[in-house]
Design a protein. Structure first.
Length: 235
């Protein structure tokens, strides 16, 4: 049967192979608190051991930033440093340098967003916004086309509004798990190519937040690890 795979003939039989265009094996990290808010961007090569190296600087020093990427661009959005921000910025992953302004989130001043992406589209779900007042948790999903500069656009709404949710993607679906207001166990998803509200997927084994750093996936399986259950303070 035709499995829609790439193949070559080695003289005896047809063999399948995978071609990954533009994937450098480079991981890029930006921002954080060390102990003050940082604008430092660092990178490392995932397939070799070694310390991270300096890449450049973000346009704003802050923590609790949402991040996603295509195979060529790394994106940061929102974040907090005493106040919250709506800025989106980017770097070209293959070449070191300072980040460049990309646009703005669809809502002002937002942090603790669950972000993930396909090869072309970045998705930002939920978060906590400081304006307009009163400050509140949001259920907003917005998106960008990573290859085209501009402001984020409305995509739909999360099944359950929350902040500090983990987010993963297989390139087709974006999936959020956990979060706060109060602690959530809910998992919901959208199809990245089609704007819509998210749909209930299931539940985590325990209600928790702050598991975005422990959320990762391949094109088959998503993993949500770690998190926090006790009281939590904004930074």
């Amino acid at each position: 049967p035709d499995l829609n795979t790439l193949e070559f003939f080695n003289g005896n039989e047809w063999k399948q192979f995978t071609y990954n265009q533009g994937q450098s094996g480079r991981m890029v990290l930006g921002g954080g608190v060390v102990p003050s808010h940082s604008n430092v961007i660092q990178y490392l090569n995932i397939n070799t051991f070694g310390n991270s190296q300096d890449f450049g600087d973000l346009t704003l020093a802050r923590s609790n930033i949402a991040s996603c990427s295509s195979s060529t661009r790394g994106i940061w959005a929102g974040g907090a440093a005493g106040t919250y921000f709506d800025r989106i910025e980017y770097v070209t992953i293959a070449s070191a340098g300072n980040s460049i302004d990309f646009g703005n989130l669809s809502t002002a001043n937002r942090a603790y967003i669950g972000a993930t992406s396909s090869s072309t589209r970045g998705i930002f779900g939920g978060g906590y916004q400081s304006s307009p007042l009163p400050a509140s948790t949001v259920n907003i999903i917005d998106y960008i086309e990573i290859g085209t500069l501009g402001d984020a656009l409305n995509f739909g709404d999360l099944f359950s509004g929350r902040y500090s949710a983990g987010a993963v993607s297989n390139g087709v679906r974006a999936v959020w798990g956990g979060g706060n207001t109060p602690n959530k166990s809910v998992i919901d998803f959208v199809n990245i190519a089609a704007k819509s509200n998210s749909v209930f997927f299931g539940d985590l084994t325990a209600a928790r937040r702050n598991n975005s750093g422990g959320a990762f996936s391949n094109n088959v399986r998503g993993i949500f690890s770690g998190g926090q259950i006790p009281a939590f303070f904004f930074f």
